[in-house]
Structures are given as C-alpha cells and as structure tokens.
Design a binder for this molecule. Structure first.
Ligand code: IMP
Ligand code: MG
Length: 176
C-alpha cells in the first residue's frame, strides 16, 4: 500500500493558484510588492504563484523552522535565516506553504514589522486551523484542510516528497 493518498490534485492546485494570482494582481494594481518565500516548503507554490501575477514583483527568501524531522511542531519557531531583510516603505506579502500552529509565521511577522513595511499581508497555500496556538490573519488562502500531515507540492516529511506535483496525506504509520 502506498504511504500517501491524494488530498488536492495538481489541477485543483493550478486553478486555485491562478485565482490567488489574479486577486493579488488586482489588489496591488500598479504597485510592486515584495513577495517573501518562506523556505523550504513554499518554493513550489511561490514559483507557480509569481508566474500568474501580472505585476512587477520583488522576491525575497526567509527560513523559519519548528519541526526538525518530526511531524509535530516543537512549539518553538526560530528564524534560522534572514538575509538582512529590510522592508521600509515596501508592500510585503509573506508566501507560506501551510499555517499550522502559527508560531513560525508569528515570529516572521514580528521580524518584518520591525523594519516598518508600508503594508504586510499573508498568503498561504494551506491552513490547518485545528492546531492553531497563535492566532494569525491569512489574507490569501488556497485551501483549508483537516488535521492531517500533508506532503507534496513543496511540503516534506524528513525532506522527502517535496517534488510530488500534488498534495497528499501521509499515512500516520509512516511518521514514526
Ligand atoms: P507552524 O509554525 O506550526 O504554523 O508551522 C508552519 C510550518 O511547519 C509550515 O510552514 C511547514 O513548513 C511545516 N508544516 C506544518 N504542517 C505541516 C504538514 O502537514 N506537512 C508538512 N509540513 C508542515
Ligand atoms: Mg513553512
């Protein structure tokens, strides 16, 4: 039996990414937002999203980590990489793969706010609200999902499955 089963197909993701790209293009009309790709999980979403946005955009990269190789958040999100990001007077959109406890996003938001951006919004492909510890506002959301551990389309388990073109549920027996 396969350790994974499809939750969101490639076609469904493509459709939704196109809609989000259109929404962002409309909302930021004639502006040049900076999109912050949160490594590593957001790389595929980020790459697809920027190609369906019809504005000029700047791209930045940040890394937060709270998981190590486990599937349950360690409860402590740390910013492990920050390329001296300064967003003074810039319109920023954080691009996340999934919001789970909200801990990593909360610390990233605080880091970015410190540099006084003109505006700051959050875009996430997935939302797992059942596990939230820190409340966060998501301005652009792809899909809300149940409390499953998901992989694919950039999301990993112990660095595996990022290259699946769709989102799949990982069999809980595979997890430990
Ligand atoms: P949070 O700080 O708990 O919100 O964790 C967010 C980060 O944990 C995400 O950006 C992902 O990189 C990772 N993560 C959370 N849930 C999953 C999942 O179901 N599969 C893979 N990675 C996940
Ligand atoms: Mg992430």
């Amino acid at each position: 039996m396969s350790p994974i089963r499809t939750l969101i197909s490639e076609a469904e993701i493509k459709d939704r990414v196109r809609q989000i790209g259109a929404e962002i293009s409309k909302d930021y009309n004639a502006r040049t937002p900076t999109l912050v790709c949160v490594l590593k999980g957001s790389i595929i979403f980020f790459a697809d999203l920027i190609r369906v946005i019809t504005l000029d955009v700047n791209c930045e990269f940040a890394q937060t980590s709270s998981y190590n190789d486990k599937t349950v958040s360690s409860g402590e999100a740390k910013l492990v990489f920050n390329s001296k990001l300064n967003f003074k007077n810039i319109d920023v959109i954080i691009i996340e793969d999934i919001i789970d406890t909200g801990l990593s996003l909360t610390s990233l938001i605080a880091e970015i706010q410190r540099t006084t951006p003109a505006s700051l919004k959050v875009c996430s492909l997935l939302n797992k609200p059942s596990r939230r510890i820190k409340p966060v506002r998501i301005d652009y959301l792809g899909f809300e999902i149940e409390n499953h551990f998901v992989v694919g389309y950039g999301l990993d388990h112990a660095q595996k499955y990022r290259n699946l073109p769709y989102i799949a549920i990982l069999d809980p027996n595979e997890i430990r």
